[in-house]
Design a protein around this ligand. Sequence first.
Ligand code: HEM
Length: 144
Amino acid sequence: MIKLIERLCLVGLIASVVILTLTALPSLGGSHLGGNVLLVHMMSSGVLVFVLPMIAVLWLARGRAIGPARTVETVGFWAMILMGLVTIASVFIIMLPITSTETMHQLVNVHRYAGFATVPAVVLFVAGVLRYRRMHSIRSTTPG
Ligand code: HEM
């Protein structure tokens, strides 16, 4: 059951980050997100906000992100958690009635850089998970 939840979280993580990145790409041309693109960005952000803490709890509870065979997964895991938290916290703070307009602009920039930094971290993490699973399945099917 836990393995199924882990797999669903990984699928949610990959799908949400792909959609978030695709919807964020137009901003590289200097424009800001708006309309349907921002709507899709916000809808998929809900998935990331849900699966990121789930993955953090599941991986830490099982002591998964530890050990020399899991270096890629571990580095990716912590980079993803750190950058993901900054990405989420930056937009969360913008929505509170405590920031000036100037601070909001700065936080949108923080969100932009942290969001794009989350992408390679997620790639590293998923690559580490797949690599470990492949090594593990080869070992368990090789006699001796
Ligand atoms: C891989 C993850 C993500 C990436 C790459 C990303 C990237 C971006 C980029 C480049 C922008 C445009 C900033 C600008 O207009 O200058 C943006 C805007 C926005 N993002 Fe994300 N984002 C990600 C995740 C999230 C999450 C998890 C949330 C919500 C919790 C979120 C909410 C928003 C909102 C509300 C805006 C509009 C900000 C504004 O213009 O006022 N994003 N994002």
